[in-house]
Design a protein around this ligand. Structure first.
Ligand SMILES: NC(=O)c1ccc[n+]([C@@H]2O[C@H](COP(=O)([O-])OP(=O)(O)OC[C@H]3O[C@@H](n4cnc5c(N)ncnc54)[C@H](O)[C@@H]3O)[C@@H](O)[C@H]2O)c1
Length: 340
């Protein structure tokens, strides 16, 4: 590939996810290079710039957005910064990859999506699980009618350990931070939207999570527009590791995805039968999906096609999160139309 065909990406935020995206763009995604990076934690940004030979580094994200050697930005900073960065990047004519969720507030999301649309830049939201080879296969099989009419969707999504309380306090709550991926999966797997949500929540893992105003355990019931019914169950702590399973049941069959493990060996002895625990957390479990989502983003920009996870795909799970939070608070089913 010639130098002219390289997409020059500026990475904003070099925390857990920013580092992954920068590494993938620099080393695993053909047709892209990282030309600039910014984080107010300047030393962290410098370390990454050194490791990946990124030529421009700053503590100020404005300098990345407005850098002449940046064609696209990857917004990987804390959620409360996403919408304003999207607006500024769009106005500067830069294509945008933005981590989920776009924002906690629909007015901010709508303003940002409006500016993006008017600017004519391409936008992809970081719902990486759609790119997991297993879940993608389920979607393709469902779309091909292999299980007939989908009737029941079951998503289990449990973290191995809760994040620090300081993170919980700014996370927007479990539905916006964690379940948001499951809300996206729920739509993606059967290609239908949800119209009503009924959620129950509890504080069963750590009372400090409750004191911070959040819940750590939830079961969400989804009623789809096409008549199907779904459930999502979440916990902030599964002692056996990152539990990520999916099942779609329909009139003509069932599709199921079990956990990924470091090996498939089953060990049997006089005590019992043992298998390996699931891969520890999202960086391990979804490593390939983080590469594949960026490949699609970069390809879409090179080819001028619409990215596979659009701004509206970013907005709807936020509405679902709002409905779930309202449902827990008011102990009743909530229609998505009530919240946005
Ligand atoms: N797709 C996924 O699976 C996934 C996984 C983790 C996080 N995320 C999302 O990615 C975002 C970041 O999460 P994280 O876990 O990497 O958080 P993190 O706290 O590890 O990193 C966030 C980084 O953003 C930086 N930052 C804050 N304000 C900034 C600004 N104005 N300009 C530039 N950098 C700034 C912080 O200094 C920090 O280094 C969140 O929105 C989160 O929801 C997505």
């Amino acid at each position: 590939m010639t130098e002219q065909k390289m997409l020059r990406v500026g990475v904003i935020g070099v925390g857990r996810i920013g580092k992954i995206h920068a590494q993938n763009l620099a080393n695993a995604v053909p047709g892209s290079q990282v030309t600039a990076v910014a984080d107010p934690l300047y030393d962290e940004a410098c370390k990454l710039s050194e490791a990946l030979r990124i030529p421009f580094v700053s503590a100020d994200y404005h300098e990345v957005i407005n850098h002449p050697d940046v064609d696209a930005v990857a917004i990987c900073s804390s959620t409360n910064t996403h919408a304003s960065m999207m607006i500024e990047a769009a106005r500067a004519g830069k294509h945008i990859f933005c981590e989920k969720p776009i924002a906690y507030d629909l007015a901010k999301i709508d303003e940002a999506l409006d500016v993006v649309e008017k600017a004519g830049v391409l936008l992809q939201i970081g719902f990486n699980r759609r790119f997991d080879p297993n879940f993608k296969h389920v979607r393709e099989m469902v779309a091909a009618g292999k299980i007939g009419e989908p009737h029941i969707v079951r998503i289990t999504s449990r973290d191995p350990a809760p994040p620090p309380i300081d993170y919980i306090k700014v996370s927007g709550g479990i539905f916006f931070d964690m379940t948001i991926h499951d809300f996206d999966m729920a739509r993606y797997l059967i290609g239908s939207d949800v119209e009503e949500i009924y959620a129950a929540g509890g504080v069963l893992v750590d009372s400090k999570i409750g004191e911070a105003g959040d819940i750590d355990t939830a079961v969400v019931t989804l009623r789809y527009k096409n008549g199907a019914i779904g459930t999502i169950d979440n916990s902030r702590k599964a002692v056996y590791g990152y539990d990520q399973r999916v099942e779609v049941f329909g009139s003509g069959g069932m599709l199921m995805v079990q956990n990924e493990t470091p090996n498939r060996a089953i060990y049997s002895n006089g005590e019992g039968v043992q298998a390996a625990k699931p891969l520890y957390f999202f960086l391990e479990r979804y490593a390939q999906s983080f590469i594949d989502e960026m490949k699609d983003f970069v390809d879409c920009i090179h080819e001028g096609t619409t990215p596979p996870v659009t701004g509206i795909d970013g907005r709807i799970p936020v509405v679902m999160a709002m409905a779930a939070a309202k449902s827990v608070k008011e102990h009743r089913p909530v229609k998505l139309s009530e919240v946005g």
